[in-house]
Write a protein that binds this ligand. Sequence first.
Ligand SMILES: [Cu+2]
Length: 354
Amino acid sequence: MIDRRVSLVLAVAGFAMVAAPASAASARRPARPRMVSPTIPQTPSLASYWGAKQGDTRTYRLTATQFTQQIANFPIRTATVWGYQAPGQAPSTPGPTLLARQGDRVQLVLTNDLPQPTTIHFHGMHEPNGTNDGVPGIDTSPIQPGETRTFPAFRPGHPGTFAYHTHAYTAEQEPRGLAGMVIVLPRRVPASRNPQEDFAMTLQQFDPPSEGALVDPMPASVQFPFNTINGKTGDASGGPLTIRRGDLVQIRLYNASPKAHAMHLHGQDQRIVAINGHPVTPTTVTTKAILPGEFFTVQFRANNPGNWIFHCSFSSDQANAGLSGYQGAPVGMTRVFHYQGAPPVPPQYFSFSG
Ligand SMILES: [Cu+2]
């Protein structure tokens, strides 16, 4: 309750603010951060998908389907996987990164081209129960093979990093590849926290028994020999991620695999700046463990030119079926950051075939 005395004090303070010279007033007030439109995230090796916008709703048309994807360069190259296809794009696992802006409602139209029923769950979003949560038998009826279903549009709840994944026969369908990322961008962000490069990375693990074979979702050894970022091992990633000295570089991580990973950056400290889109007091770490289903956003200042790897610290996850890459380099769940102007990363790293 504001009593008369407090009102009087506020009124006097207000008068003082008006009466004081502008320079004195601005010295007392903390400077407002400069706000900018956020940098558009990129998902190396994968397509992005801004759903078609009508009014305040973005509609995403996805087909859940089976296909063959290159996941590594050696000792095998391809696997038969399950993933998602957007109109006019190749199917992929993870599926295309769905992009939206704060204020958009999102709507999914899902076609099931798989041989068994499926669903989609929007992981981390505030979707309505009874239609959109994607838990068969609890909230949603499964989408049958051949069926196309249009879900009601909803607001994600807040900007952030999210995911979409199957919740039907999860133990079988998710390790086969039915997952992808969703990013809802805030309207404006403080310029000091807006990265020059924003990389979205989904972690997965696959066990194809032989070249081109359908991945085994539950290998007897519980070892997943192919450890990927955005569906590719480091050697199969096509090239380094180029950054520039002075850049603020951001990595959005989503663990869509059945195991924990310990993501480590060489040459610079990584700072955890957000968890699931909620900003946190930045914490500087060398290595960050990420459990299945978790999201972390980390940033680093590119202040140490060269070529640096970002990789899972579990030794088995730095290999393809136990095998290392060019000159024994880590492969698997690994990416190389390359500073523009630094010596090139040896191209053999990306063409090594065992
Ligand atoms: Cu790992």
